[in-house]
Design a binder for this molecule. Sequence first.
Ligand SMILES: *Cc1c(COP(=O)(O)O)cnc(C)c1O
Length: 215
Amino acid sequence: MVNVDKYKEINKVLQGQGTTLVAVSKLKPASDITAMYELGQRDFGENYVQELVEKQVLLPADILWHFIGHLQSNKVKYIAPFIHLIQSVDSEKLLKEIDKQAAKNKRKISVLLQVHIAEEHTKFGFDEAELMTLDVVMFPNVNITGLMGMATFTDDKEKVKREFEQLRTFSNNFKNTKKIELTTLSMGMSDDYELAISCGSSMIRIGSLLFGERN
Ligand SMILES: *Cc1c(COP(=O)(O)O)cnc(C)c1O
């Protein structure tokens, strides 16, 4: 089930902000995506390769698919032909494989580098030192267009705010050090998207608020 009122409310908040809404449809049926597509939504986020591939063949070709889950190198080939943006690139090995698969498909693939900002050890991503030493010119078929991060799961708003601000600072440092154009700072989910926007997010990833809780 799609929460139409919430969808409209979030779009109102985003109006004139230059922030893109990615509707996170993982574990939700294709019919929910169709319902939201009919409201005008085009950017959808998925976490699992097999689920994404199954939905992609069923749904309209002009959907912009974002991959936001942990991605294993050996599965890049399944999404390389059509993926719009891989937001969860967390290793050099993965970048190398995306570069290879992009070349095979005669396209460039846009990616965000996932940065570890939360205190939880389970969240994947580069740390600042790894970002700064990354050789960004080694991947000619990959467009690195920004960073993505997930804050700690906590009620402590000050802590979440510090983590978002840290990610924005990393983004500025990375851009200045590597002399690359970064257009996207992907941060903010159902529980913290307003805070993320106030901290400079240009892309929010919302699941449960739009589609209801997941099992
Ligand atoms: C599931 C997921 C989301 C959406 O989470 P909600 O709290 O349901 O909005 C956003 N980003 C990533 C990386 C996710 O895995």
